[in-house]
Design a protein around this ligand. Sequence first.
Ligand code: CP
Ligand code: NVA
Length: 343
Amino acid sequence: MASKTTVEQRESAVPVQNDPDILNAAARLAGEDLCSIADLSSAEVRAILKLGHHVKRDPRAYRNALDAKQMVLMFEKASLRTRLSFEAGFSTLGGNAIFVDHTSSPLGERESIADVARNVERWVDIIVLRTYAHDTITEMAARARVPVVNALSDFEHPCQALADFMTLEEHFGSVTGLNFTYVGDGNNVCHSLMMTGAQLGANVTVATPRGYSPDIEIVTKAREIAEANGCEVKLLQDPQVAVENADAVYTDVCVSMGMEHESTKRAPIFRPFQVNEALMGKARENAVFMHCLPARRNAEVTDAVLDGPQSIVFDQAENRMHAQKALLLLLLGGLSNVKNFSF
Ligand code: CP
Ligand code: NVA
């Protein structure tokens, strides 16, 4: 069970401006990309979350940190939370965000990704991509001279996982030793959660139907990280067993964007993995329910759970903005413009 030290208690021990994790992350991450959670060390994940908590509590301190910076968001898929949290967050840091809708013309179709990169980097300071192919993001990152951020690909959703573990820290104080259970499709969100949980010392259990388990490369990486941090990553196929002793139960849609043609096939396969009151009843009494949203109500989760007292889904949604602001401050060297940060 997670310790009950509050986020405030931990932060007051070392002021955020002198926190070695944050100062080291600021030095290492300036100018870097975030394609995968694996691009970050455990200390850097901790730094983003610590800074995220502070940005949330004292947004005015960071108001002009990214003055006049330009961000482009190029999205091949629909979005509510990611688009708005990046746009609103960047604006509150003094920057300007430009949205380019690629839902009807995938990146790389009209001109090569390399040529897009060589144009866009002349105008903007950071590129935020939502794509089908993960390679589109890594190729843009390799070609562009400005940071590239993964705002969801078919393989990962790192910004979601950062916000989710920030939300768990808010709720439990610390996530070290927390039992985090993911039930459902072993997809992009699941991949990023597994690695983030392991980086923060949480025990991660994933229950998926046979044939829908997370990618082996991610499982291997998450287990390596977990071993270094004294926690575990377990894969199961029984959701009832997976939620025993869980402090947090997380699910996502079983039909991700781009997989709609599999809806009919997947529905019966995922039915036993629905998070309902009976399943939540098997987790710890004070367990929370989490979902990245959008949810398919009464498919992967019932209304009673999604709208119930254990649900923290809208805190997760809110924290997308705060966690991303912290990330953007680090990638764009913005802390050097914030009072009391000395570099
Ligand atoms: N959770 C999430 O990424 O939501 P959107 O698809 O609305 O951006
Ligand atoms: N797994 C889902 C997440 C949506 C935020 C998808 O890729 O559609």
